[in-house]
Design a protein around this ligand. Structure first.
Ligand code: NAD
Ligand code: UDP
Length: 336
């Protein structure tokens, strides 16, 4: 199949590209490199043995998108492009609405123009807001608590409206829980700019000696050890979930939401312990106050993905930590 990945040079897109190339799909990566590097292209090629087509352009250019979709006879779009930092979204909300919501409008216009009606969207479990029950299934009420989350929610609503207006559309919103880990080669992985906000990249930098210690945000939550619990999912499992969704979509018109999570929650302290063991490094930490906006626990009910897509996560926490460590420690600055 000819597929275009907006944001395909980023953390998740690059892993999905590898899996799709290895399965024989023709892959076009469309990215403005605002949060990724050109070196990733060669690394994807090195792993997959095939070089994907790369177009450096912005999704807010409907003209460039239309040309790309036509020129490569694209059949399905996987839409990863967007800005994703929660804190930054509260400081620059307009940038987030312009990039995420405006960029998606532009993509949908280009798809309408070229008659492409098949879309896989990078959704997020953030659209569930404060959990009213656990585990979170797709029927849980939706509510965003920050501008980033609201862009994700607005996009989902827009996609549902679009699908209601035209039965030919086939859309799946994959609601990711907490993607972590890296390709087993250590060639591609998550490379946040500046100090990481998310737990796993932060722990990895502490283990590498680049950061002094982890601040554990709160140890008085109603969880077994008092620290926050999340559903961490290996990025390669996530990538395989996209491939399953791509095949499934062919026979499923409408707009669907499907969780991609493991169903298993781990606490911050469990993550610290697992990472220290995988890296054979110390991960010093101190208990700090709760971070504003954090929930105590968040994990998926992954049954719909299994029932519909025939997919479930295969990789466990040791693999998530070991692959992250391999990626981080193989960077020149990561050798500590
Ligand atoms: P990422 O920042 O690594 O990748 C996004 C890519 O999109 C980058 O390569 C960036 O250069 C590109 N991009 C951004 N704006 C663009 C634009 N206007 N035009 C063209 N390219 C643009 O992020 P990621 O972690 O790979 O996330 C991919 C998607 O998954 C995002 O939509 C994100 O919101 C969603 N998501 C991520 C997580 C997570 O924890 N990583 C969780 C839930 C959902
Ligand atoms: N966390 C932490 N210290 C950090 C970063 C995160 O204790 O430096 C905690 C955070 O409070 C949450 C968990 O780790 O309980 C996961 O946080 P992350 O930002 O990775 O994901 P999200 O909160 O968006 O699910």
């Amino acid at each position: 199949m000819n597929v275009l990945l907006t944001g395909g040079m980023g953390y998740i897109g690059s892993h999905v590209a590898v899996v799709l190339l290895q399965a024989g799909h023709h892959v076009v990566l469309y990215d403005n490199l605002c949060n990724s590097e050109i070196e990733t292209l060669a690394r994807i090629e090195q792993i997959a043995g095939v070089r994907p087509t790369f177009i450096q352009a912005d999704i807010r250019s409907a003209k460039a998108l239309t040309d790309a979709l036509k020129h490569h006879a694209i059949e399905t779009v996987l839409h990863f492009a967007g800005l994703k930092a929660v804190g930054e979204s509260a400081i620059n909300p307009v940038d987030y609405y312009a990039n995420n919501v405006g960029g998606t409008v532009s993509l949908l216009e280009a798809m309408r123009e070229t008659g492409i009606r098949s879309l896989v969207f990078s959704g997020s479990a953030t659209v569930y807001g404060e959990p009213q029950y656990l585990p979170l299934d797709e029927a849980h009420p939706l509510c965003a608590t920050n501008p980033y989350g609201r862009t994700k929610l607005h996009i989902e609503e827009m996609l549902r409206d679009l699908s209601a207006s035209d039965p030919l559309w086939r859309i799946v919103c994959l609601r990711y829980f907490n993607p972590v880990g890296a390709h087993e080669s250590g060639l591609i992985g998550e490379k946040p700019v500046g100090t990481p906000n998310n737990l796993m990249p932060y722990i990895a930098r502490v283990a590498a000696g680049e950061l002094k210690e982890l601040s554990v945000f709160g140890n008085d939550y109603p969880t077994p050890d008092g620290t926050g619990v999340r559903d961490y999912i290996h990025v390669m499992d996530l990538a395989e979930g996209h491939m399953a969704a791509l095949g499934w979509l062919t026979g499923h018109p409408g707009c669907h939401a499907i969780n991609l999570g493991t169903g298993q929650g781990y606490s911050v302290l469990e993550m610290v312990k697992a990472f220290a063991s995988a890296s054979e490094r110390d991960v010093p930490y101190q208990i700090a106050p709760r971070r504003a906006g954090d929930v105590a626990a968040c994990y998926a009910n992954p049954e719909k993905a299994l029932k519909e897509l025939g997919w479930q996560a295969q990789r466990g926490l040791p693999d998530m930590c070991a692959s992250t460590w391999k990626f981080v420690s193989s960077r020149p600055e990561g050798r500590g």
